[in-house]
Design a protein around this ligand. Structure first.
Ligand code: FMN
Length: 188
């Protein structure tokens, strides 16, 4: 279903979005530095409330650190096998104040999705592993990354060359969409 739609649209960017899938097993082939830079640039191109860009990225390629992430946060166990992880953090020193402060969460989410899409576009596999809002995971990652108090570890994206390609999930769901007002499912 997804593939038929992708072929119909024949648009590379749309095709990339519709065929992205979480990859959790990797070969030991490293990610070349040119690809790492492309991924980082895509991440930092994200949309950001009032363009505050309240984010910081930590790039991890050292095997001992990748293993330590997997041990400290078992939801990111696949880091043990992967050659690269990017820890997406919020930087509260760059965030807005007052009620707008929590926009940082949406801003770093946009960075995270951009990184997933860039990795996929480059033929790599990646998975978003959630850190924030788990206090325990945030504390573990803050200790490992030696972050100061204003830097909040938000997600660890584990990236590498896919060992196997999982099936793309067809998430199209007409019942999740209303037209004009909530609960009106027919588009006229
Ligand atoms: C906020 C968030 C947290 C996630 N945390 C984890 C995680 O800790 N470990 C994991 O393996 N996948 C994690 N995922 C990936 C989801 O499980 C995955 O996106 C979902 O099952 C849909 O599959 P797909 O990405 O292949 O479409 C997370 C995704 C999001 C958006």
């Amino acid at each position: 279903m997804v593939h038929i739609y992708v072929v119909m649209k024949s648009n590379a960017a749309i095709g990339n979005i519709l065929t992205r899938v979480s990859v959790r097993s990797f070969t030991d082939q490293p990610v070349v530095s040119d690809d790492i830079e492309t991924i980082l640039r895509a991440g930092l191109a994200a949309s950001s409330a009032r363009n505050m860009q309240p984010w910081h990225l930590i790039v991890i390629t050292r095997r001992e650190t990748l293993n330590a992430i997997a041990d400290a946060t078992p939801n990111a166990h696949m880091a043990k096998q992967a050659p690269l992880a990017i820890v997406v953090c919020g930087d509260l020193s760059k965030a807005a104040s007052g009620w707008e402060q929590d926009f940082w969460i949406q801003d770093v989410s946009a960075v995270t999705e951009n990184i997933l899409l860039a990795a996929h576009a480059l033929g790599l596999g990646a998975v978003w592993t959630g850190t924030y809002p788990s206090k325990e995971r945030c504390n573990e990652m803050a200790m490992l990354m030696r972050t100061p108090a204003h830097i909040i570890p938000f997600a660890t994206i584990v990236i590498g060359h896919a060992q196997s390609s999982p099936e793309v999930k067809d998430k199209w769901c007409a019942a999740a969409i209303s037209y004009e007002t909530f609960g009106n499912f027919s588009r006229q």
